[in-house]
Design a protein around this ligand. Structure first.
Ligand code: ZN
Length: 265
């Protein structure tokens, strides 16, 4: 317990002189001190719900124990472009049958009307990320438009009754310095891509995940295609013995609002 900050037996004057020494040292290291201060992020602040979530009374059930992906071989499955009223529930059912966790990067404009699906994702322990409002190439937009793409989706997810996303996946993975400066969330890319969106060939999707999967990997798929749902049971059969299947935040042990761009561990 921390109470008043002064431990038993530590005299206040010793503490003061210690602090003075620290300040003096910081003065001597003026350049570094400046560097630390200037690295504090000055741009838009993320809309992040406090933990535990108190917005709608919903809370995740069946939470698995925390996993340390620096010690355990982990893999993060991610699903983009939903929610879809047909294929997203199929994919959720399959993941749950395998007790696998995953992250869903939703398109904001697809959320209204599918609030119950987002609530199910959240309650069942899946992570929900932001995949823009209408899936444009953000590098072709103005900074104001980029911010709108992010914020409208944050609002849509909050309005669905679940916590605001902490993660953002740019459509097409397209970013530039302007885009990055406008997104106050953790940027999440991928390093395993079975290109499920462009082939109806289920065996090809399965084979590509199998060939590329490695500890710390992040797989991008799409929960809007029938072939993805069809491939998923075999993908999970192949992965479940070798990897702990985790959310993106668990894979990187992300703190809320942590900045950076992540491809895999
Ligand atoms: Zn997408």
């Amino acid at each position: 317990m921390i109470r008043g900050g002064i431990g038993k037996g530590v005299k206040p004057q010793i503490l003061v002189s210690g602090m003075a020494g620290l300040l003096c040292l910081m003065g001597l290291l003026g350049v570094q001190r400046h560097a630390i201060i200037s690295s504090v992020y000055q741009g838009p602040q993320p809309v992040i719900a406090s933990t535990p979530y108190a917005g709608s009374g919903l809370s995740p059930k069946n939470r698995v124990e925390a996993v340390d992906c620096s010690l355990t071989p982990c893999l993060a499955l991610t699903f983009d472009d939903g929610p879809n009223p047909v294929t997203t529930p199929q994919i959720l059912d399959i993941l749950e049958a395998y007790d696998a966790r995953a992250t869903f990067f939703v398109i904001g404009s697809r959320v209204p009307g599918h609030e119950a699906l987002l609530q199910r994702m959240f309650q069942d322990g899946f992570e929900i990320g932001n995949h823009s409002w209408s899936h444009p190439d953000l590098t072709k937009l103005s900074s104001v438009q980029v911010r709108q793409q992010v914020e409208q989706t944050q609002t849509a997810v909050i309005n669905a009754g679940v916590p605001a996303p902490r993660l953002f996946r740019p459509p097409y993975g397209a970013v530039n310095p302007m885009v990055k400066s406008q997104i106050p969330l953790t940027l999440v890319m991928w390093n395993v891509d079975p290109e499920d969106w462009q082939t109806p060939d289920v065996s090809q999707i399965i084979a590509k995940v199998e060939a590329q999967a490695k500890p710390g990997g992040m797989v991008v798929m799409h929960d809007i295609h029938a072939q993805t749902a069809q491939a998923l049971p075999t993908i999970l059969d192949n992965l479940e013995d070798r990897f702990q299947l985790v959310t993106v935040s668990d894979l990187f042990n992300l703190a809320p609002g942590q900045r950076g761009e992540y491809f895999g561990r």
